[in-house]
Design a protein around this ligand. Structure first.
Ligand code: FHN
Length: 573
C-alpha cells in the first residue's frame, strides 16, 4: 500500500477540481407541487418531507437526453480543473451508476444508461481524474442509515441516531457493495468523496477507508469519511480559512447557493469572486473544488459554463501560479492580493493593481521580475534594508495597467528559496494586520477552551481571563484606528454576541462593544460573515517593535461559541 503523501501528489499538484451534484433532485429543481422548498436543491426530499415512494417516482421522469460526458469533461479541462468529483449516490440514496441495488439510473429511469461509464471513458480520454462522491452515512432511502425518510417526518437528520446494528448492516449490505462496484467497474478512481459523517463510528470510518485502499491503493479518501481518518481534510462548505492551513485541505464551493440544480437560484458569483477564491485558497494551500449542478436534461447551466470558461481563459495564461504551488511563505494576506510559491519563484497575484507595488519582509535578492502574461514587459526592481528596524523592502515598477482586469500575476525569481520575515509587519500602505492565528493565545487556565478553529479563528473564548497578544513591527509611525474583526463560526450565521473588548497597543488602551453593523465585504465573508468594529485611536511615535493584546471585558454568555475573533487591524489615520 502506498504512503499518503505519494497518493496525494497528483491532488496537491492539481489544486482545482470540478464538483458535480447530479441526481433525481434535478427533476423538481427546488419546486415541489408548485411550491419552492427552501434549502439546497439536492435536499428537496428531506426538506419537503417527501415520502420515498413519491420521490422515487421521479426516476421515471429522469431522462437526460442532452447529457454528453465529453462536453462536461471538456468544460472541466477548459476551466483548468484537474479532477472531477461527481455524486454517485447522494443522501437521497439513488445510485447514478449501474448497481446490483435496483434503485439506480440504469434500472429505474427511462434513460437507462450508466452515465458514470460515459464519464469514465471521457475522463480517461482527456486525462482528467474521475472521482466519486458517495454519501456513506445518510441514505434517506435505506433502512438503518442516517436520515431514513420514515424516521424524518418530524425529525432532522442531525438529531437522528440510527440503531447501531441496523446502521452497521446498511454499511455491509449497501455501502460496501456499491463502493466495490464503483472501484471495480470504472477504471482508476482518483478519490472517494464521503460526506456528512454523523452516525458513523471511528472504526467504521477506518473500515471504509481501508476498504477503498484495498480495492484501489492509489485512491484517496476524503476527510468526510469521518473522525479525521481520511487522506486529506475537508473544510466546511464554502469555508475559506483566514490564514494558511497545515497539511492537505480542500474547500468544496458553490457557484450560486445550491449544489444540486435549483431552477430559482440565480445568485451566481461573479468571475471576480471565483478568481479571488481560487487565488485566495491556493495561496493558503487549500484545493478548490468548485461545483456545477446540471439540469435533469443533462445540461450544465449556462451561467456556470460562462463562469468556468472565464476561469479557463485566466488559467490558460496564469495557471503556472496555481498548479503545483506552495502556499504563501508569509503567514498573512495582503490588501493588494495573494502570493503563491514554487521553487525559487514567488507569484504575486495582484487583485488591486498598482504601478508601484511594494513588498516588505522579503530577505532574498530578486534576480528578475516579470509579468507572467508577458515576460517581455520591463519590471524594475529595487531592494533596500532598514537596519534600524531590520526591515527589507522590495519596490517594483510595473506598467500603469495590469495585463488582466481582475488578477494579474507578477513573477519574482529569487536567489534561493523564499526567506521572509514572518512577524506581523506594517504594510507599505500603512495597514497593520494582526490575525489571531499570528498571535499568542493565552488561555486563562486548564479549563479554558481557547484555541484556533480550522478556519484560523479564535474559538472557545468564554473566559474573561483568556487573551491574545502579538508583537508587530512598525515602519511608518503615526496615528491609527484600531479595529477588531469577528468571524462567524457557522455557515450563514451571525458572528457571536456583542462582547466588550479592550485592546492595548504599546500601553494605550481602547475599548468598545463588538457590533454587527459593519459587515466586511469580501467573497470569503459571503457564507461565514465577518463584522468589523472601530474601537478608537492610538498613536505610535517611532518606528520599532510594539506589543499589542486584546482581552474581553464582558462576554455575552448566550453567545454559544464565545468571542470568535478573526483579527485586529491598525489602520493609519
Ligand atoms: O449535505 C451535503 C450537501 O448536500 C452537499 O453535498 C455538500 C457538499 O460539500 N455536502 C453536504 C453538506 O456539507
Amino acid at each position: 500500500m502506498c504512503e499518503v503523501s505519494d497518493r496525494l501528489a497528483w491532488w496537491t499538484e492539481a489544486r482545482f477540481g470540478m464538483f458535480i451534484h447530479w441526481g433525481l433532485y434535478s427533476v423538481p429543481a427546488g419546486i415541489w407541487k408548485g411550491r419552492p422548498v427552501p434549502g439546497l436543491g439536492e435536499w428537496i426530499m428531506h426538506n419537503g418531507r417527501i415520502p420515498l415512494e413519491e420521490y422515487a417516482a421521479l426516476a421515471q421522469q429522469f431522462n437526460p437526453v442532452k447529457f454528453n460526458a465529453r462536453e462536461w469533461v471538456e468544460l472541466a479541462r477548459a476551466a483548468g480543473m484537474r479532477y472531477l468529483v461527481i455524486t454517485s449516490k447522494h443522501h437521497d440514496g439513488f445510485a447514478m451508476f449501474k448497481s446490483a441495488h435496483p434503485y439506480n439510473i440504469v434500472d429505474a429511469t427511462p434513460y437507462g444508461r450508466d452515465v458514470m461509464a460515459d464519464l469514465a471513458e471521457a475522463c480517461a480520454e482527456a486525462g482528467l481524474r474521475l472521482c466519486f462522491y458517495y454519501s456513506q452515512d445518510q441514505d434517506w432511502s435505506a433502512p438503518g442509515a442516517s436520515g431514513h425518510w420514515e424516521e424524518m417526518q418530524d425529525n432532522h437528520w442531525w438529531n437522528h441516531k440510527p440503531d447501531p446494528e441496523r446502521f452497521a448492516r446498511y454499511l455491509e449490505e449497501k455501502v460496501k457493495p456499491q463502493l466495490r462496484e464503483l472501484l471495480t467497474n470504472y477504471g482508476p478512481i482518483g478519490l472517494i468523496w464521503f460526506d456528512t459523517p454523523v452516525a458513523i463510528t471511528k472504526e467504521q470510518s477506518e473500515m471504509l477507508r481501508d476498504f477503498v485502499h484495498a480495492l484501489q491503493p492509489d485512491c484517496l479518501v476524503s476527510g468526510r469519511v469521518g473522525h479525521g481518518v481520511g487522506d486529506y481534510g475537508s473544510l466546511g462548505d464554502n469555508q475559506i480559512p483566514c490564514g494558511p492551513v497545515e497539511g492537505a485541505w480542500e474547500t468544496p464551493a458553490t457557484l450560486n447557493d445550491t449544489w444540486g440544480f435549483r431552477a430559482d437560484d440565480h445568485n451566481w458569483k461573479s468571475l471576480k469572486d471565483v478568481l479571488y477564491l481560487l487565488v485566495d485558497l491556493t495561496s493558503k494551500g487549500v484545493n478548490y473544488l468548485l461545483n456545477v449542478g446540471p439540469t435533469s436534461e443533462g445540461l450544465i447551466p449556462q451561467p456556470s459554463v460562462d463562469l468556468l470558461r472565464g476561469v479557463g481563459r485566466w488559467m490558460d495564461i496564469n495557471g503556472e501560479a496555481i498548479y503545483g504551488t506552495q502556499p504563501n511563505p508569509y503567514p498573512y494576506e495582503f490588501d493588494w492580493g495573494r502570493i503563491t510559491a514554487k521553487g525559487d519563484k514567488l507569484y504575486l497575484l495582484v487583485m488591486r493593481w498598482q504601478p508601484h507595488l511594494q513588498l516588505v519582509g522579503l530577505r532574498n535578492n530578486v534576480r528578475r521580475a516579470y509579468l507572467l502574461a508577458d515576460p517581455s514587459v520591463a519590471v524594475s526592481v529595487s531592494q533596500s534594508h532598514d537596519t534600524a528596524i531590520d526591515q527589507h523592502l522590495l519596490a517594483l515598477g510595473l506598467p500603469a495597467q495590469g495585463p488582466d482586469p481582475l488578477v494579474s500575476v507578477v513573477v519574482l525569481e529569487l536567489e534561493g528559496r523564499p526567506d521572509v520575515d514572518t512577524t506581523p509587519l506594517q504594510q507599505p500602505g500603512g495597514l497593520i494586520n494582526l490575525p489571531v492565528y499570528m498571535g499568542e493565545l493565552h488561555p486563562s487556565g486548564p479549563e479554558s477552551g481557547l484555541s484556533l478553529s480550522r478556519a484560523k479563528v479564535a474559538q472557545g473564548w468564554k473566559s474573561l481571563g483568556d487573551f491574545v497578544s502579538w508583537q508587530m513591527k512598525v515602519s511608518q509611525p503615526g496615528a491609527f484606528e484600531v479595529r477588531a474583526i469577528v468571524s462567524s463560526p457557522y455557515h450563514g450565521a451571525r458572528a457571536t454576541g456583542e462582547h466588550e473588548v479592550e485592546v492595548t497597543v504599546a500601553g494605550q488602551v481602547v475599548q468598545g462593544v463588538l457590533k454587527h453593523d459593519e459587515p466586511v465585504d469580501s467573497p470569503r465573508a459571503r457564507y461565514f460573515p465577518e463584522y468589523a468594529t472601530a474601537l478608537g485611536k492610538v498613536t505610535l511615535e517611532a518606528a520599532g517593535t510594539y506589543d499589542v493584546s486584546l482581552r474581553a471585558t464582558h462576554l455575552v454568555p448566550e453567545a454559544g461559541e464565545g468571542l470568535t475573533l478573526a483579527r485586529v487591524e491598525l489602520r493609519p489615520l
